[in-house]
Design a protein around this ligand. Sequence first.
Ligand SMILES: [Zn+2]
Length: 273
Amino acid sequence: MKIGCATRRFCEQTEENTWAVLKEAGIEYVDGGLGEDGADGLDDQLMETLRGDFGAAGIKIWFVHAPFVNPYEISSPDSAKVELAIDAILACVKGCKALGGEGVVMHGSEHIKEPETAGSHMPRAKEALKRIVEYAAPLGVTIAIENLPPGYLGCRSSELLELTDPYDVDQLGICLDTGHANLSGGEGVDLIKDVAPLMVTTHLHDNDSTGDQHQLPGVGTINWDDVARALVATKYTGPVMFETAVSDSFEEMVRQMPDIATDLVARLRSARG
Ligand SMILES: [Zn+2]
């Protein structure tokens, strides 16, 4: 199984040792952010620098993570924020293509503070996704909408299925985030089962079910045998992408990833019988 690691913004790490640490541990793929300042700054020069850094380190880009905190929200009631978000996501699509990545991960909403307005986010998200997929699909860039914790659009599998329904899976699929699924109240493993056939990338992490802690798998309360059983229907063959937060030592955390991935593969094999 190929292994990857979701990092912070690509451009913040070019002077650090991140890529060498990952390569040393046998981790070939990275996800990272582009465009947190909107569409600005994602110029050809930056892409060339990043391509050079990744090439030198022997690292491949998997997905680019689009900006997702205020003001970048595709389903905001504020149309200016929607336009900012779409511009930034399209810039990420262009950047992803230039870096040789597969696709762009994005969120359906910011945290929805007034639950009574939650229903109004769906039509706005659908409209924005239509524009984003129309731009990305001809470039061969897959859009992945991520399952999120409660209080966000995309917490429930029904929402994710509704958002992806009009599209082929290589145009718009799901980024399955295991930690967020563990927070989604009653759904949990059922959500994973529902969206497994639509998975185009994954964020692997754990928590104690009280918050989005981005722990290494095995540390929290996720039952990884249940996850493996829920993933039986997936056709996903891409890398497993760890999206864990740095605790004491980034190197120490990264060194544990290959064994955790091997353990997950064994559970998947046994789930498949
Ligand atoms: Zn995630």
